[in-house]
Design a protein around this ligand. Structure first.
Ligand code: CO
Length: 191
């Protein structure tokens, strides 16, 4: 299991535009990338993660959602939105902005084209929570962040939260286990 560090708001990579890839060029390394994305997203209880958030400039996204008390996941490679439904406003967060939740405008339904992890081109539809998560993650591939999609009345609140927390976010490293502080330090093992 490999939980990776999440790139935080302020790091240049989150504003990069990620170009589509030839499936053949990533095929061999895909299983490891997918495992790392899954482990990281699950460990941090994210609804989704874009590869760029763990420092990989690749157009790969994972979505994890709960349905009938079961967690489902799927990967998108080179995803592209073809059609959108009606706008709706809902709370949203992002692993690159720990603790920040604010309202965004998204579409309630989407139709998209993507490659499956086997490299097969498919067209799929999604709605509600899953549609919102997909839009959020596809935005990451274009260097667009959820703070760019906030409704007007939540912008000030978000700005204030970012200002107060940005320095702490930069120091966070999710790949390191959380230190337990309620125990006395162990004696150093002799080598
Ligand atoms: Co995000």
């Amino acid at each position: 299991m490999a939980v990776k560090r999440i790139c935080k708001y302020g790091e240049d990579i989150l504003r990069k535009k990620i170009e589509p890839v030839n499936f053949a060029d990533i095929k061999d390394k895909l299983p490891k990338i997918m495992a790392d994305m899954r482990d990281t997203c699950k460990a941090l209880r994210g609804a989704g993660l874009a590869a760029v958030q763990i420092g990989l400039e690749l157009p790969i996204v994972i979505i994890i959602y709960e349905e009938n008390k079961k967690f489902n996941e799927f990967f998108l490679i080179n995803p592209e939105i073809l059609e959108t439904g009606d706008p709706f406003i809902d709370d949203e967060g992002c692993l690159s902005f720990p603790g920040l939740y604010a309202k965004t405008m998204r579409y309630n339904k989407i139709k998209l084209r993507t490659l499956t992890p086997e490299g097969k081109p498919v067209t799929v539809s999604a709605e509600g929570f899953v549609a919102k998560a997909i839009q959020h993650e596809i935005d990451h591939l274009n260097g667009v962040l959820f703070i760019d999609k906030l409704i007007e009345s939540d912008k000030k609140k978000a700005e204030k939260f970012i200002k107060e927390n940005k320095d702490e976010w930069a120091k966070l490293d999710e790949s390191k286990p959380v230190k337990k502080t309620n125990k006395t330090p162990k004696k150093k093992a002799k080598k």
